[in-house]
Write a protein that binds this ligand. Structure first.
Ligand SMILES: CC(=O)SCCNC(=O)CCNC(=O)[C@H](O)C(C)(C)COP(=O)(O)OP(=O)(O)OC[C@H]1O[C@@H](n2cnc3c(N)ncnc32)[C@H](O)[C@@H]1OP(=O)(O)O
Ligand SMILES: N[C@@H](CCO)C(=O)O
Length: 421
């Protein structure tokens, strides 16, 4: 059993922006705190920084033991000394997105107007969280917050921005919004818009949360509840979209769980009527329940709603008459667009739309479709071709940028964010 407990007190490294940020919705959100981690060493020229953007439910702990779950970082395979994103060479930054629940300002953060409110009893004021009153945010708002963090770290230009899925959407927003700050961009398993099908999946997830009796209109903390069943169902449904038919078949096929069988029943269901209708019968059901229940221990329902909505709003063509190339006109950023052949959530066809748009904008772009049967989340898994692509592209781009081979011994900012004397 996973020991995750999202309510456990954890001190995250944070940058605080008291004046906050102007959001796309027109609201100033203040203060804003962004929780982040860094790995590697910032070169004296401050030109070797790579920002890694996480996906929907990821966070800043990409290459170290997670302080809440106790598990390896979600991209431990990719980021570290000698790894495809080589921390002997690059200074890697990863922050929890605005709206998240791992230390950055989000629906679980105290609502400023509520801080300091004191009742007649004289008891210490209890800070009420934003909950569903948290303002709607966009992927561009997340990127604005990251921009504030990058500048806070004294970096004026990123060598690269890299990310998969929703992280890839942030990569594209970076290149579109701050073109002069991004030398190279690696959008992975993503698209410049959220498709109708993906908005539909998100809506089913949200409705599952709303249907949970413990939802309490989004003010579940007031009664000490968590809409765990709704959130788990949301994750179960979403998790199917992160895999592929081949992957599920390879992992589980039609295997039936022995413990749900009457004694001495063979592992094929000869008499299905003798089994419990609603127990865990097929292995794939048990797997999904496990994915759902472990998720609710590490994620907040209001954050899930906020972030899924931010993805839905993603449409880089919206301000350019539907032309996804419009935001990249005149760009000097080098792009490496990567898709996976079995990804049906962000299929290769959507990457091709992006590549064509970048070509229209005369951008420097390369495109790789990785053959994989692992589905959308292949970028989180062991895919040697993918690793080689990322490593090769970053090395080539580093040569063009004139980066030194190794900055491991250079003075600058250490991986834990401390400025060295
Ligand atoms: C980019 C980012 O920001 S990262 C985002 C946040 N992180 C994630 O989304 C990670 C969560 N996602 C996953 O784990 C995804 O399943 C994947 C696709 C990335 C991982 O794939 P794999 O390594 O192949 O793991 P797999 O999907 O088989 O799941 C393994 C888990 O299922 C459990 N499991 C496997 N079979 C069964 C079964 N029949 N019944 C119950 N549980 C089962 C395993 O015990 C294991 O549990 P654990 O994770 O608690 O140790
Ligand atoms: N599994 C990913 C989602 C899509 O990549 C996450 O939970 O963030």
């Amino acid at each position: 059993m996973d020991q995750t407990d999202i309510s456990a007190p954890v001190e995250h490294d944070r940058a605080v922006f008291p004046d906050g940020l102007m959001l796309d919705c027109g609201t100033v959100l203040a203060p804003v705190e962004i929780a982040y981690r860094t790995y590697g060493v910032l070169s004296p020229d401050r030109n070797n920084a790579i920002l890694v953007c996480h996906a929907l439910t990821g966070d800043q702990y990409l290459a170290e033991t997670h302080p809440v779950t106790g598990r390896k970082g979600w991209w431990d395979r990719m980021v570290g000394p000698g790894k495809p994103i080589d921390t002997n060479r690059f200074f890697v930054i990863c922050s929890n997105v605005l709206g998240g629940c791992m230390g950055s300002t989000g629906p679980r953060s105290p609502r400023p107007s509520a801080i300091g409110a004191q009742d007649d009893s004289g008891a210490a004021p209890v800070a009420e969280p934003w909950g569903t009153d948290f303002p709607p945010i966009t992927i561009r708002d997340m990127v604005r917050a990251q921009n504030a963090l990058v500048r806070h770290l004294g970096i004026e230009r990123l060598f690269a921005v890299v990310g998969g899925s929703m992280g890839g959407m942030q990569v594209l927003e970076w290149a579109a919004t701050y073109p002069d700050m991004v030398f190279a961009a690696v959008p992975i398993a993503t698209a410049p818009f959220h498709s109708a099908q993906n908005i539909a999946f998100n809506e089913v997830s949200r409705q599952a949360i709303f249907a949970d009796p413990e939802w309490h209109g989004g003010r579940y903390w007031e009664v000490g509840a968590v809409p765990a069943r709704g959130l788990a169902v949301a994750r179960m449904m979403a998790h199917i979209t992160y895999l592929s038919e081949e992957a599920l078949t390879r992992k589980f096929g039609r295997r039936v769980r022995r413990e749900s069988m009457p004694p001495a029943t063979p592992c094929t269901v000869a008499e299905p009527q003798s089994l419990s209708l609603f127990g865990e019968i097929f292995e794939v059901e048990s797997y999904l329940r496990h994915q759902g229940s472990s998720f609710v221990r590490r994620f907040d329902a209001n954050s899930y709603l906020t972030i899924t909505r931010a993805m839905d709003w993603m449409d880089l063509g919206a301000e350019h008459d539907g032309d996804y190339g419009g935001p990249f006109a005149g760009t000097r950023t080098r792009f490496c667009v990567i898709s996976f052949s079995s990804d049906w959530l962000f299929p290769t066809s959507q990457s091709r739309i992006l590549v064509r748009a970048l070509n229209r904008a005369a951008a420097n772009v390369s495109f790789v479709e990785i053959e994989s049967d692992k589905g959308h989340d292949a970028f989180l898994l062991d895919e040697p071709d993918f690793d080689r692509t990322v490593r090769g592209f970053l090395s080539g781009a580093a040569e063009h940028a004139g980066l030194e081979c190794s900055v491991a011994k250079a003075e600058g900012i250490r991986g834990d964010g401390v400025v060295l004397p």
